[in-house]
Write a protein that binds this ligand. Structure first.
Ligand code: URA
Length: 259
């Protein structure tokens, strides 16, 4: 086996120290990411005058192109999962412990799409397994929908560092993956969980005013109904809004009976 490069060693050390800090309960990113080589760059040779080299920013537009090409070419769910697991998503995949793909029944009529993994999801590699996920399961159980009735994933498959929301560029990079994911599942109904997913899937902002209003997603040329819901993490902080969520769940139940 060949010797790891200095950059690989640095990357491993960075990841190990981050895991240690996370185990200690520290959320923030404590070290800067290892500088990444620009992916497509053809750069001029540096001038001979000894100026200090600044590390190149990761070329996210190149990653976006790669994401689009690779997602489109994935013929099955397993293939898409493998593509994601091997994808260099820059800061996102550098900082994540696991790629979080999906849980549930791929043949379910309902696809539930959240925002991005949190700590427990990052550790387990499964979406919505922490406190928010437990509430989400209870919400669906209240309208008689269990694990077999749902297929659950996120618009972003890696936990962003420090538990922040994925930014616009990251969401744009992840978009081809969730698009292909929806095509492969071909759900009859989508539940959009939270404002970040609302924006990523519909371009709309403002979950407070949009929740409970039916949207239409174009999934492989099929017009698919989609209902935005408050994120369960938000409901844990604002339990007085659960009555709105209950109305939205009843709307899902009713829509399903007509499908
Ligand atoms: N929040 C999300 O949006 N997705 C998860 O998987 C966990 C928490």
């Amino acid at each position: 086996m060949s010797e790891p490069s200095a950059q690989q060693v640095l990357k491993q050390a960075l990841k190990a120290s981050q895991i240690w800090w996370q185990d200690m309960g520290v959320e923030a990113t404590v070290l800067p990411p290892a500088p990444k080589p620009k992916i497509t760059a053809t750069r001029k040779a540096p001038a001979q005058t000894a100026q200090k080299e600044t590390p190149a920013a990761p070329d996210i537009s190149a990653q976006m192109i790669k994401a689009a090409e690779q997602a489109k070419a994935a013929p099955t769910l397993d293939a898409l999962k493998t593509v994601l697991e091997n994808f260099d998503a820059g800061v996102l995949s550098d900082h994540a412990r696991n790629t979080v793909f999906a849980r549930g029944n791929p043949d379910a009529d309902i696809m539930v799409i959240g925002e991005a993994p949190g700590r427990q999801e990052d550790e387990s590699g499964k979406p919505f397994v922490g406190p928010a996920g437990q509430l989400l399961d209870k919400m669906f159980a209240a309208i008689d929908l269990g694990a077999d009735d749902l297929y659950i994933t996120n618009v972003c498959n890696w936990r962003p560092p420090g538990n922040r929301n994925p930014n616009e560029e990251e969401l744009a990079m992840c978009a081809p993956f969730i698009t292909r994911h929806m095509e492969l599942i071909a759900p009859k109904l989508v539940v959009i969980v939270g404002g970040v997913s609302l924006q990523a899937l519909t371009g709309k902002t403002g979950i407070m005013k949009t929740r409970g209003q039916w949207q239409e997603l174009d999934i492989a040329n099929q017009k698919t109904p989609a209902l935005p819901l408050y994120h369960p993490a938000f409901l844990l902080r604002r339990p007085e809004l659960k009555k709105d969520a209950w109305r939205d769940l009843l709307a899902i139940r009713e829509r399903l009976s007509g499908l």
